[in-house]
Design a protein around this ligand. Structure first.
Ligand SMILES: Cc1ncc(COP(=O)(O)O)c(C=O)c1O
Length: 383
């Protein structure tokens, strides 16, 4: 697979490539510009050639592939009756808080936060509680456990949406960190809704730990979401997996979804199965390419884009860029859009205190990444 291949997405229905004006290089929404594994494309061709697209159910083979993957990667024993499929992870965590929380209760999450974390409690008429990550001397983002527990107690928190690996900071939480979070949640009867959509794209030989795999007690208090969508660039097909090992919780979630949220479509299930069953080698290649992109950008931040800082992401193809030192008279998002013609994510959409940040998506060809860096550097030099 040639990850340097430039593919025209502007003339597809891509959100990423059609949101901004034509001369803007889009480095925002979290999909990559890579072609999916050939196994996925072949499986879709074969399914299309079958020519009949009546109602479909998730194949048993997909269940087995998912379960074996959880065992192989995380030594996590899950039964077929404990998993299900849903079109999207955002749909999933919105359904989870709505099925579980009662009016007047609150949902906590860490900031900076993936924007749908912020809107989920608001649109469910629940209270959202923001627990900011704290930047250490080393620039890394750390959990503030003390404040987390205090907020849970004082704000009537009933559910916690965890993002691990974390979008947008790229943190991969350690076993110790996850254990501490889980202990606090269990102590105060707070449901853990764990968004692990970025769990397959980790760097420097890091290993993902699903929070629910920590212990049976944590598993009984957790709803986990994973998906092949970011991993294999099939987000537009809409197939995600949920894992709920507490039968009561699973029933609650399913009852809420009944009649509202169906299974992914037959083509989505076909793609998901092919990706999970045959995509390992492609994924390893992609992660090597992405890690090199990350390091390339890291080098550029030290040499060409001085004044912009980041904590080198440990996972995800997203970078959280602190532009406060540039001293721009306007939000960096606006500056880089107008002056560099580079479309980033505006930090303020990740929490009100992050207006000096932008998020960059480096899940693109090296040539595009280089172009974005050059344009940003030129815009800064011309100030
Ligand atoms: C943390 C996180 N969760 C969920 C999603 C989207 O999930 P889905 O497309 O399955 O709704 C994204 C996409 O950027 C994400 O970063």
């Amino acid at each position: 697979m040639d990850f340097n291949q430039e593919i025209d997405r502007r003339h597809s229905e891509s959100i990423k490539w059609n949101h901004f004006a034509e001369d803007v290089l889009p480095m925002w929404v979290a999909d990559t510009d890579f072609r999916s594994p050939e196994a996925v494309i072949r499986a879709l061709h074969e399914r299309v050639d079958h020519g009949v697209f009546g109602y479909g159910a998730p194949p048993k083979e997909l269940d087995q592939t998912v379960l074996q993957r959880l065992k192989r990667l995380y030594n996590w024993d899950v039964q077929a009756s404990q998993i299900g499929y849903i079109p999207g992870v955002v749909t999933g965590f919105n359904a989870a808080i709505r099925s579980f929380c009662a009016p007047g209760e609150a949902v906590i999450y860490q900031t900076p936060a993936y924007p749908p974390f912020i809107s989920a409690p608001d649109s469910a008429k629940l209270q959202g509680v923001q627990n900011p990550l704290v930047q250490g001397q080393d620039g890394r983002f750390y959990l503030d456990f003390e404040r987390f527990e205090e907020q849970i107690i004082s704000e009537n928190v009933r559910a916690f949406i965890l993002c691990n690996p974390q979008n947008p900071t790229g943190r991969v939480f350690t076993r110790e960190e996850l254990t501490q979070l889980a202990e606090i949640c269990i102590r105060h009867n707070v449901l853990i809704i764990s968004d692990e959509i970025h769990c397959d794209i980790l760097y420097d030989d890091r290993k993902h730990i699903p929070i629910a795999s920590l212990s049976p007690e944590v598993a009984a208090n957790t709803i986990t979401f994973m998906a092949p969508s970011k991993t294999y660039n099939i987000a537009g097909l809409h197939a995600s997996v949920y894992i709920v090992q507490n039968p009561g919780l699973k029933e609650k979630l399913q009852t809420f979804c009944n009649g509202l949220i169906g299974n992914p479509g037959v083509l989505s299930l076909t793609a998901a199965l092919a990706a999970y069953a045959e995509g390992d080698e492609w994924l390893a290649d992609q992660n090597r390419y992405l890690q090199a992109n990350r390091d390339f950008l890291d080098g550029a931040l030290r040499t060409h884009l001085t004044g912009i800082h980041w904590s080198k992401p440990e996972a995800t193809f997203l970078g959280w860029l602190d532009c406060s030192e540039l001293g721009l008279a306007e939000p960096p998002y606006e500056f880089f859009l107008r002056e560099a013609r580079v479309g980033l994510n505006d930090g303020i959409t990740f929490g009100p205190q992050y207006g000096d940040f932008v998020r960059i998506n480096f899940g693109t060809t090296r040539a595009n990444l280089q172009k974005a860096i050059d344009r940003m550097q030129a815009a800064l030099a011309a100030r």
